[in-house]
Unconditional design. Structure first.
Lengths: 459, 322, 327
């Protein structure tokens, strides 16, 4: 008989879930326990697993649909079976193949861009299992698409841990070098027989661009909790928080940052924005300051391709695509949706995308593509009242622009008379491995000119 | 072979306490001709033919040694030493110690070992490691004519009982040998060839096979360092340890069967040393198969390491395939 | 093997004529085998070494054939003749000699270690005197199993000076074991002449020291050997213990192929070649020169076929190299 797949009930108060993604499609072969769909409750993304092995069929809902719990969402068929004709409501006794409740509200799907940039994506079930078993996912190798860590990877890792008592296969020489360089051998892939780590693996791991997994945020700040202090709350280092921690730590450790600042009079740009908003058509979005900056930045990146680049162990790669990410704060962290090909889009289009992305980010409706392939990041803390700050580069990018709030300041005019101007402070953090100060300075100067002369650019 | 003969001749010329005793070493010249002609120079009182009595030969050298002579015994095929075992192991090896360190037992027992002549299971063995296991004995195993003479003369001058293992196939090798008397100190390993990729420790005939293998591998850009311990006991560990620290990899090659062979001892020496932390692969042994030497020529060939086996094994080790 | 039909003439009063003729043929076959072996060695067709019994064929002819099929044989390194006389198949023997899979020992043992355990032929011996202590065990086993078997132990004058000789003879004597110690005194232990290796005139004198019967016989006389071995076997079967028989003969060839024979003169060898045991036995049987030629031609033909058989037999497969080491 066709096995029904129902929308599982994850929490006591939950009544419905939204289908975020179908991981399998009609006609796909599934194994019992395979994740087949990602669904979300209020804030948590969860996977629905196949209750049986067979062929997935009869998907009833599309992405974006909200489905009451215990409703049939699809079937698993055995050879020769057909989808039942009657659409009977599943019995209340049906329970989903999810056995534990999520412990935290951090498992996000789609993965935040920071994770993707690091090349580590983790399936929600894998994340949950890892959290339950306290597995350091840095030590787990992903076997899924694009190296995604799947539940099986975590299970294999756990099984292997049990078998070997957590021991790592490595030659004495590899152990010695790892010891000297304080490298955790568990983070290294062995090239020897049966995956044994040899000296060369440690040496190359040390010299090559280190994978994110090599840096353990836990290790960096792993001082014992001070028992003399009263604990207010503990925030588990999982999900987005952990990814941010890893990436930022890695960035600071690997990329030598240099910081350059410039103050830009924004009066012309502001005038342009106001004009555009006054004349805008109904239903078209307002032009935001962010959109202006994105446009000016995209132009400056085109003028200075060295900033739109990436550092690797062998070379520096300058990208033709200019994809500007805009850091967006969420309750539990930070994600960076991307305006792709920003240099080829007009102000209106950019404005549209910026507001759309921001909205969807806050509603947890971003798609992986929205977060992928950024080449430069803008972080704006002006709305939080910050005058100026420096940001940490979002790896593997080569630079990040920190934008402060717009201040009214008196500046001398041509005649030395004070005039009131709207000034924003821009700080560029640049990877000194990629570029030197003069190159970074040229970028900032071009950006400044672009903002001052925005009218010409957007024509 | 001539190097050994010359060594014995010079020792006998210089020191009249030196004599040679064994089966068919007189007019016959020794089963392999090593003692040929010596009887003409020194006569049957110093080149003593014995009946077929290996226990007797062993006892004779021990008894003569402890009473002031410096005998050289010859065991025609090293396999026959099993018949001398009691005398060598229970008597000769322990005498000095049992007598409170007061007795010198300065003999050299020469033994012709090894396979490759079609002499089958009872005439082809490599038994050197049995004696390494006996405290009191020294075990010497030359791999070249130069070493053979220098080590033999050093052995004759040494005040301990010495088992001197010669390889039958090496009797025909040629190499430069100084005419004058010279000694190579016992307990000195010899770096035969320098290289950075792999430490290859070989004994006896395997040294020359290793050299041939190293030549081939050099063409592939693999640089093998070859060390010949020359004296298995006492073993000069330092060059071996230093080399493994340099290369991170060790391959041990000997003809004797692998199980219980000297390679196990060498591997243990490496593991116990500072070199352990520099090992980047398991220490590997390439040795004779665990079997008696077969009569059939092809099987005999495959029963012990050959040049191509060494090449293959070394290459795999260097390329991280072990 | 001593059975005969009533009317048959007994050579030397003991050996039936038809059997005697068969033995003569086998003596010729042994010599032809060994001459052929020499030739093959010279041509590089066989490897290793070999020990030829040319000139000593009478001892083989007179010993094994005097025993029963159920008895045991402990052979020496110079044992081609004994192997044939014991009933060994020429083809498989040749195959072993050439190191082939069809050989008695699958090419693993070779001439020096050839054995046929199925026929109680417990093997040739590479270690001088190595078989002597074993004969004590075989004798003990016979005694414990209460059979009427005997064991024929072959060795040379050289072996008589190994410690194992003395231990073995003493033990066999004190326990009255059914062992026939047959010493082939061919005058040389490799290069060591009998006179240089012994203070006594005859090896058989040593029998007295252990309290067993000892005798020295003409080893080139088939009948003498046959008689002595028959008597020793009878003694052993009756429970009267071992016998030491010294059969005096001469090794025409060197000890092995690498022997330059500097320890003896050509004259001495020539002198002994005059006493050829085959010619002598042929004379006893009244076989004339023409008949002898026929016999030799037949032996050659048999050898040719055996070589053909051996050459057609496959080389042992290298993948089987580790077979036969452990049970």
């Amino acid at each position: 008989m066709a096995k029904e797949i129902i929308m599982p009930k994850f929490g006591f108060t939950q009544e419905e879930s939204e289908i975020l993604e179908w991981l399998k499609q009609n006609g796909d072969k599934v194994e019992k326990g395979d994740p087949i769909a990602v669904v979300s409750t209020d804030k948590v993304s969860m996977e629905v697993e196949a209750p049986e092995s067979g062929i997935l069929d009869g998907i009833r809902y599309k992405v974006g649909d909200t489905v009451p719990v215990t409703q049939i969402i699809a079937y698993v068929l055995q050879p020769g079976e057909k989808i039942p004709e009657s659409d009977s409501t599943p019995a209340a006794a049906h329970t989903a193949e999810i056995t534990t409740e999520p412990k935290t509200e951090t498992a996000q799907k789609p993965a935040p861009s920071l994770e993707r940039a690091a090349g580590v994506s983790i399936s929600p079930v894998a994340q949950r299992l890892a959290d339950d078993k306290q597995v350091d996912l840095n030590l787990v190798r992903g076997s899924g698409k694009d190296g995604q860590i799947t539940r099986k990877d975590v299970e294999d890792y756990l099984a292997n841990q049990e078998k070997t008592g957590g021991k790592v296969k490595a030659t004495p020489a590899a152990r010695r070098i790892a010891g000297e360089k304080q490298i955790d051998l568990r983070t290294i892939t062995g090239s020897g027989p049966t995956g044994r780590i040899q000296a060369a693996d440690v040496v190359s791991a040390r010299t090559a661009e280190a994978p994110a997994a090599q840096v353990k945020p836990a290790a960096a700040g792993s001082q014992a909790v001070n028992p003399a202090l009263k604990v207010l709350k503990e925030i588990p280092l999982v999900g987005m928080r952990r990814t941010i921690a890893q990436n930022m730590q890695r960035s600071m450790q690997e990329a030598p940052h240099m910081f350059l600042q410039v103050d830009v009079e924004m009066d012309a740009a502001e005038g342009l924005r106001k004009l555009a908003n006054e004349n805008k058509m109904e239903n078209s979005p307002k032009v935001s300051v962010t959109a202006l900056i994105v446009k000016a930045v995209a132009q400056a990146l085109k003028q200075n391709p060295i900033v739109n680049s990436q550092f690797t162990s062998e070379k520096i790669v300058l990208y033709e695509d200019i994809n500007v990410g805009v850091a967006t704060a969420l309750d539990n962290g930070l994600i960076v949706p991307v305006i792709h090909n920003a240099d080829r889009k007009d102000l209106k289009q950019i404005s549209l995308e910026v507001s759309d992305l921001a909205l969807r980010a806050r509603n947890n409706k971003l798609q992986p593509d929205d977060l992928a392939n950024g080449t430069f990041t803008i972080s704006n803390l002006g709305m939080f009242g910050i005058d100026r700050f420096t940001a940490i580069i979002n790896p593997p990018q080569a630079a990040i622009l920190a934008v402060g709030k717009m201040n009214q300041v008196f500046v001398p005019d041509e005649n030395g008379q004070p005039v009131l101007r709207s000034v924003v402070s821009f700080s560029l953090s640049a990877d000194h491995r990629v570029m030197d100060g003069s190159q970074a300075a040229k970028f900032l100067t071009d950006l400044k000119n672009n903002l001052i002369n925005l009218g010409e650019i957007v024509k | 072979m001539e190097a050994l003969r010359e060594g014995m001749r010079q020792a006998m010329q210089q020191d009249e306490r030196v004599f040679v005793i064994g089966e068919d070493i007189g007019v016959y010249g020794g089963a392999f001709g090593v003692t040929a002609g010596l009887i003409d120079e020194f006569g049957p009182k110093r080149i003593i033919d014995t009946p077929i009595s290996e226990a007797g030969i062993a006892g004779a050298v021990i008894g003569a040694a402890i009473t002031g002579m410096r005998p050289i015994g010859e065991i025609q095929f090293s396999d026959f030493v099993v018949i001398s075992m009691e005398q060598l192991v229970m008597q000769g090896a322990k005498m000095r110690f049992m007598f409170g360190g007061k007795a010198d037992v300065p003999f050299v027992m020469r033994l012709a070992g090894g396979s490759g002549t079609g002499a089958a299971a009872q005439h082809s063995e490599s038994l050197e490691n049995w004696f390494v296991h006996v405290p009191g004995l020294k075990v010497v195993m030359p791999s070249s004519p130069y070493d053979a003479k220098g080590l033999l003369l050093a052995a004759i001058q040494d005040n301990n009982p010495i088992m001197f293992f010669e390889h039958k196939l090496l009797y025909k090798t040629k190499g430069p040998v100084p005419e004058e008397m010279y000694t190579i100190p016992l307990g000195q390993s010899h770096v035969v060839r320098e290289g950075k990729d792999l430490t290859l420790i070989a004994t006896s005939i395997m040294v020359s096979r290793a050299q041939q293998a190293a030549e081939q591998l050099a063409e592939e850009g693999i640089e093998i360092e070859i060390i010949d311990p020359r004296t298995l006991k006492p073993l000069d560990e330092k060059p071996i340890v230093d080399s493994v620290i340099k290369t991170g990899k060790a391959l041990i090659v000997h003809e004797a069967v692998k199980t219980g062979g000297f390679g196990g001892e060498l591997a243990a020496v490496i593991m116990e040393s500072e070199a352990f932390a520099y090992l980047d692969a398991p220490v590997r042994r390439l040795a004779g198969l665990d079997m008696p030497i077969p009569y059939n020529r092809n099987l005999e060939y495959h029963a012990v390491p050959q040049v191509e086996n060494i090449v293959e094994e070394a290459r795999k080790l260097v390329k991280g395939q072990y | 093997m001593a059975g005969n039909s009533k009317n048959e003439k007994l050579i030397g009063g003991i050996l039936p004529e038809s059997k005697a003729r068969d033995l003569l043929y086998k003596m010729v076959l042994t010599r032809t085998f060994e001459e052929n072996a020499e030739e093959m060695y010279a041509l590089g067709k066989v490897h290793g070494t070999m020990h030829l019994s040319i000139g000593q064929e009478a001892i083989a002819a007179g010993s094994s054939p005097a025993l029963k099929k159920s008895d045991y044989l402990l052979n020496t390194h110079r044992g081609h003749g004994h192997f044939l006389m014991w009933g060994g198949d020429l083809n498989r023997m040749m195959a072993e000699f050439m190191g082939k899979e069809a050989g008695y020992c699958r090419g693993r043992g070779g001439s020096m270690h050839i054995a046929d355990v199925e026929s109680n032929n417990l093997g040739a011996q590479g270690i001088v005197a190595g078989n002597l202590p074993i004969s004590v065990g075989v004798g003990l086993s016979i005694q414990m199993r209460k059979t009427d078997q005997v064991v024929l132990t072959l060795f040379g004058d050289g072996a008589s000076n190994e410690g194992a000789f003395h231990e073995s003879l003493n033990m066999a004597a004190i326990w009255d074991l059914p062992v026939i110690y047959l010493c082939e005194n061919n005058q040389y232990a490799m290069s060591m002449a009998f006179e240089r290796a012994f203070r006594i005139e005859q090896v058989s004198e040593r029998a007295a020291a252990y309290g067993m019967v000892g005798l020295t016989i003409d080893g080139n006389d088939v009948i003498a050997v046959y008689k002595a071995v028959s008597e020793a076997a009878e003694r052993a079967r009756k429970g009267n213990g071992p016998t030491l028989i010294e059969a005096v003969t001469y090794r025409w060839r060197g000890h092995s192929k690498s022997d330059r024979q500097l320890y003896r003169t050509r004259e001495e060898v020539k002198e002994w070649m005059e006493k050829d045991p085959i010619q002598r036995f042929a004379k006893v049987l009244g076989v004339n020169e023409a008949q002898m030629k026929e016999i030799q031609a037949q032996a050659k033909e048999d050898i040719r076929k055996a070589v053909e058989f051996a050459e057609a037999s496959p080389e042992p497969d290298v993948s089987t190299i580790l077979e036969g080491i452990y049970a």
